[in-house]
Design a protein around this ligand. Structure first.
Ligand code: NDP
Ligand code: 13P
Length: 336
């Protein structure tokens, strides 16, 4: 059986490594701190990021990247997006040409406005045809408990997508394929900004009507900009579009939603991020979203108000007034 390496020892990397190990794959986890690697090996639990889930014996963890990817045909990247470029650079000279890289992170790089597969391709161009994405509505806490979950694997090359579908699929973890790498990545990245918005609404004490409005109009925003970026708009009606948006906007597992709730309750962003102890990808991606809005000349009203609240000192209450008193308009446009 092929060996697998999972880069990133946070909640998602740990849950995916456990999923693969339970399928029988010998799996190595790369942790950037050797103290955490040692803890995973000795305690068989990732207490910091995925407490309560047993790490099987066929998982080995190390902070030595070269050792972790040695003999691995499949390399799963579960690194927060701010670290992807640096890790890709480290991989460049040690990665084997027949391996496949699977990105599982969700975010857009401010400045370059690149999706994660584009960042990886820029650093390791020779991997262009050997990159896949895994995305969809999948909180690590539930995947760790083997609760039924459905996700999507995307690649430009259909044989690669099918190979990675086979790698992950199990009766508890259903995997679909999609060739629309842009749509799959855009949906996963931008839903985090909309989840911040629904969290803010929850924190302000609003109800289900408000949430439904933000999710629905948020999806329109995601599809509007995604289409300009080259996505197939039907992808946004699938698991990595509406699916991931619904789970992130509703689940108390979501770090983005929880950060939004705290903002709506009046807490400061810096304090929230320091207390979370885990990545809140929507904060960084919100900056990129505003840059995308300018680049493509596309209106993204909800994302803009999230940006204003996070970075421009606008109060959540004022942001709501701004959204509710925008010029009246038609609902339907040709995004679907
Ligand atoms: N959690 C989930 O349910 C899901 C998460 N994702 C995505 O997966 C990605 C990873 O998230 P998740 O595992 O949840 O994050 P966590 O916050 O749970 O863990 C982050 C992990 O990444 C490490 N890390 C932080 N910065 C760097 C860096 N610069 N270089 C290398 N490693 C770094 C941390 O190491 P250290 O402990 O040393 O700080 C830690 O092991 C995100 O893009 C997220 O959106 C996707 C689907 C589901
Ligand atoms: O992407 C996720 C679920 O699909 C995880 O969302 P959060 O990063 O908000 O926890």
């Amino acid at each position: 059986m092929n060996k697998v390496a999972v880069l990133g020892s946070g909640s998602w990397g740990t849950a995916l490594a456990i999923t693969l190990a339970k399928k029988g794959y010998d799996t190595n986890i790369w942790a950037r701190r050797s103290s955490l690697a040692q803890e995973l090996n000795e305690n068989k639990e990732n207490k910091q990021y995925l407490p309560g889930v047993v790490i099987p014996n066929n998982i080995y963890s190390s902070a030595d990247l070269e050792k972790v990817i040695h003999k691995a045909k499949y390399i799963v990247m579960s690194i927060p997006t701010h670290g992807i470029r640096e890790v890709a650079l480290q991989l460049k000279n040690i990665i084997k040409p027949d391996s496949i890289l699977i990105n599982t992170s969700k975010g857009i790089e401010p400045g370059t406005l690149m999706l994660q597969h584009e960042v990886i391709e820029e650093e390791i161009p020779e991997m262009y045809e050997r990159i896949a994405l895994l995305s969809g509505p999948s909180h690590a806490e539930e995947v760790g408990k083997e609760l039924p979950t459905a996700v999507v694997v995307a690649s430009r090359i259909s044989e690669v997508a099918t190979e990675i579908q086979d790698l992950f699929i199990s009766p508890k973890f259903r995997v679909y394929t999609n060739l629309d790498v842009i749509g799959v990545e855009v949906g996963g990245a931008l839903k985090n900004v909309i989840a911040l918005a629904t969290g803010i609404a929850d924190g302000l004490g609003f109800g289900d009507n408000t949430k439904a409005a933000i999710i629905t109009r948020g999806l329109t925003e995601i599809a509007r900009i995604g289409k300009k970026m080259g996505a197939n708009d039907l992808t946004f009606a699938g698991l990595t579009g509406i699916g991931d948006l619904v789970v992130t906007c509703n689940s108390m597992h979501s770090r983005n939603r929880r950060a939004g709730i705290a903002i709506g309750q009046g807490k400061k962003l810096d304090t929230i991020l320091a207390e979370m102890g885990m990545v809140v990808e929507g904060v960084r991606t919100c900056k990129a979203t505003m840059e995308l809005s300018k680049k493509y000349d596309v209106e993204l009203p909800i994302s803009k108000e999230v940006y204003n609240v996070l970075f421009e000192g606008v109060t959540p209450e004022k942001a709501v007034v701004n959204l509710m008193t925008r010029l009246k308009t038609h609902e339907v446009e040709s995004v679907f």
